[in-house]
Ligand binder design. Structure first.
Ligand code: DC
Length: 226
């Protein structure tokens, strides 16, 4: 890939954004930024400090007290809180909820926005998140909104949990959690999950990951020809 290119993939949790973004970044040999990991790192830090993630004053205190950094080892993304790599600890259900809660506060969003834009300024990136096409990079070269039904997303998430060794994971609970997060992420006041007017919609409910990647690559080829 010669010219600098920025690709935004937004959508609800469990739609497969990160998997798709990673695959596209690899194909194009550019960087991938999983922006959810930044909110997850902040959610994790808040839990560690015993802060209430719903409370905006405590969220403000948190972003003033700690330092969040994103580092890349090759293409592998790490999130650091006060210099410590917290990447291994941010994929639990507790952290998912804390990340969703803390991402509601505009001070938190501004803090993360700055880092996202600083990174995207330097080189080509595929960014995945909720508000990349609408708020973070409104001029992205390609915007995709990736979705799937809550039921399909819950089935995929359940499989991930079981594969990760959580034998107690239960479909109904996972579905409830997904719907709750959808509701909170799409109905918050600042930068809710929303498809940009100029985004392409991909519904992966009935697609394999290979088919989803193929659809996306066709869109990439289209914009590279323009
Ligand atoms: O994509 P994820 O599940 O790792 O994201 C975790 C939470 O972070 C999600 O519930 C909402 C928030 N988030 C956000 O508000 N904006 C983004 N661009 C990415 C994630």
């Amino acid at each position: 890939m010669q010219r600098k290119i920025l690709i935004a993939i937004d959508g609800p949790s469990g739609a497969g954004k990160s998997t798709l973004a990673k695959a596209i970044a690899e194909k194009l040999d550019i960087m991938h930024l999983d922006t959810g990991a930044l909110f997850r790192a902040l959610g994790y830090a808040a839990l560690k400090k015993g802060f209430d993630t719903r409370n905006s004053e405590q969220a403000t205190k948190l972003v003033k007290e700690i330092e969040l950094d994103v580092k890349f080892e090759g293409k592998s993304q790490k999130v650091l809180i006060d210099g410590r790599d917290v990447t291994p600890y941010i994929r639990t259900e507790d952290v998912s909820i804390a990340a969703s809660n803390i991402s509601v506060h505009s001070i938190v969003r501004d803090y993360v926005l700055l880092q996202e834009r600083q990174l995207a300024e330097k080189e080509s990136f595929v960014l995945d998140g909720r508000d990349i096409g609408t708020v973070v990079l409104p001029n992205a070269d390609l915007k995709v909104f990736l979705t799937a039904t809550p039921q399909v997303r819950a089935e995929r998430r359940l499989l991930d949990l079981i594969n990760a060794g959580d034998q107690n994971a239960e479909y109904e609970q996972v579905l409830r959690d997904i719907k709750k997060r959808d509701d909170q992420d799409s109905n918050r006041q600042t930068a809710p999950t929303r498809m940009a007017d100029d985004a392409f919609l991909i519904d992966s409910s009935n697609l394999t990951i290979e088919e989803t990647i193929a659809q996306m690559l066709a869109l990439v080829e289209q914009i590279c020809r323009e």
